[in-house]
Ligand binder design. Structure first.
Ligand SMILES: *Cc1c(COP(=O)(O)O)cnc(C)c1O
Length: 481
């Protein structure tokens, strides 16, 4: 399997060569040259597999430059009961992503946030940690991951990379802007290869500094600077597995279809659902839910894609979806335009010039139906009302992002009215967002016993001014050039 760029002007490469690459050299995103189609026989066999074995079966089609025995070992190390141990019902932790029915056979929640940081990003990031170490070991190389986080991504990356050989993580976070829980989660890590840097300013300022440092080609090469952001293909690939797993959990035979509802920001999670469907998984519909930052809902309703500026981006109570440009969206548009790289280049040039493109009335827009996407949005009051309703009606405590997903799922599919089961992807646990949960339910959410007192553990973090040169010096002093 080789990977090509959505902009069509980069050489096609095998998996291990794009794993550490980020953007393709032409500015596009990597995608496999085609999606392997899964036969009905194969699907029937996969139904019986454990999570790790299913992941191995799927990855084998995409990572054919890793020897099968090595890949099997990587996958077995990643998807363990111990890593994903924070299931609602601990006895089900071995399922890795347990499905919880709210209305039996009709409406369910797929738990994806049982990993170390209680958000679904662990599903992919844990794999990335093992993959990075494996490939760097083979190539006798190393990497220094530089990132900025407003919460979930940074902690997922740190928990995946902690203690890994040949990897350091330098993570910038906006000082005083994350929840106490999120801060404690990251800063309490004492591993020597993890560097938490709290910088003054907002998340966007931190993000801009990361961009500026990564754009310094000489510095980047000298200090082997890399990233683990949501455009990384291996992250999307890892997420394909749980769509299969969720489908099998919700159905008895492969004639049945399932609808998935996905709380979305950078379009990484639902992009994996789209690819699972292209592989032949019987997905009836993909319901995309946004919060107040509705750039994707606007596109799916109107055909117009208008990324917002940082100033136009709202700070909401489902903060991990406060996204103004959906960085994975280009992958979907590539498929939507019939994999026409010239068209994709043209559309992203239009974004540069006119801050938007419009596909309404085009054949591409008509294909949206074929691709089974529907969308909706959820606002703060909806989120609060949905958390309350789910607690009262179904006895389940949802986090604000998953509540957005459920709100839109019920709006689009109706409570049990869709003839196919509707599965809402749970993207975080409520414990991470106690202020919003308290507003909705009048009390703080419970958390796994192991994480009691997290906020009182010693923290390892350095405070710095928003100064690019100071951050470069900090990295240079800790990394052999
Ligand atoms: C990252 C994240 C999302 C958005 O996922 P995308 O892949 O960016 O669409 C939703 N909810 C939570 C809790 C997240 O951490």
């Amino acid at each position: 399997m080789r990977y090509l760029s959505t902009r069509g002007r980069a050489p096609a490469l095998p998996f291990c060569d794009i794993l550490l690459a980020g953007l393709a050299p032409d500015g596009g995103l990597y995608l496999p040259e085609s999606y392997p189609r899964i036969s009905r026989e194969e699907l029937a066999r996969w139904r019986e597999l454990s999570y790790a074995d299913l992941a191995f079966a799927i990855f084998s089609k995409y990572m054919d430059d890793i020897p099968p025995a090595d890949l099997k070992a990587l996958v077995d190390k990643t998807y363990t009961r111990d890593t994903y141990r924070f299931a609602r019902q601990p006895e089900r932790a071995g399922e890795i992503t347990p499905l919880v029915w709210l209305v039996p056979g009709k409406l369910g929640v797929l738990e994806l946030s049982n990993g170390p940081t209680l958000a679904f990003k662990d599903m992919a990031m844990q794999l990335l940690g093992h993959l990075f170490q494996y490939v760097l070991e083979k190539r006798d190389d190393s990497i220094n991951i530089l990132g900025a986080t407003s919460g979930d991504t940074g902690s997922a990356a740190e928990y995946a990379m902690r203690g890994k050989r040949r990897v350091n993580v330098f993570m910038l976070s906006p000082k005083g802007k994350m929840s106490d829980f999120q801060r404690a989660q990251m800063y309490s890590l004492q591993d020597a290869n993890i560097y938490n840097i709290a910088v003054s300013g907002m998340f966007d300022d931190a993000q801009d500094m990361v961009k500026a440092i990564s754009n310094d080609a000489a510095f980047k090469a000298k200090y082997k600077i890399g990233a683990v952001n949501s455009i990384n293909w291996a992250r999307v690939l890892a997420q394909i597995v749980y769509y299969f797993k969720g489908y099998f959990a919700a159905t008895r035979h492969d004639e049945e279809q399932v609808t998935f509802a996905v709380p979305s920001g950078n379009f990484g999670n639902i992009c994996a659902g789209h690819i699972a469907r292209q592989m032949g998984l019987p997905i009836s519909r993909l319901i995309l839910a946004t919060n107040e930052n509705d750039v994707l809902d606007e596109f799916f309703r109107t055909g117009r894609y208008r990324p917002r500026s940082a100033k136009e981006t709202f700070v909401t109570s489902s903060p991990s979806m406060d996204i103004s440009k959906a960085s994975n969206f280009e992958r979907f548009i590539f498929d939507l335009t019939g994999r026409d790289a010239n068209k994709v280049r043209d559309l992203w040039q239009q974004i540069e010039k006119k801050q938007a493109f419009d596909l309404s009335g085009t054949s591409s827009f008509k294909r949206l139906r074929e691709f089974a996407f529907v969308s909706g949005k959820s606002l703060h009051q909806d989120r609060i009302a949905t958390i309350r309703m789910a607690h009262e009606r179904y006895g389940i405590v949802l986090d604000p992002h998953t509540a957005d997903g459920l709100k839109v799922a019920l709006e689009v599919a109706g409570d049990g009215a869709d003839t196919n089961p509707v599965i809402v992807l749970e993207t975080a646990q409520a414990a991470k967002f106690s202020a919003t949960l308290e507003e909705a339910l009048g009390h703080k959410p419970s958390r796994p016993a192991e994480l009691e007192g997290l906020e009182t553990r010693p923290q390892k973090v350095i405070s710095m001014a928003a100064d690019i040169d100071a951050i470069k010096d900090f990295i240079a002093a800790r990394v052999p050039a």
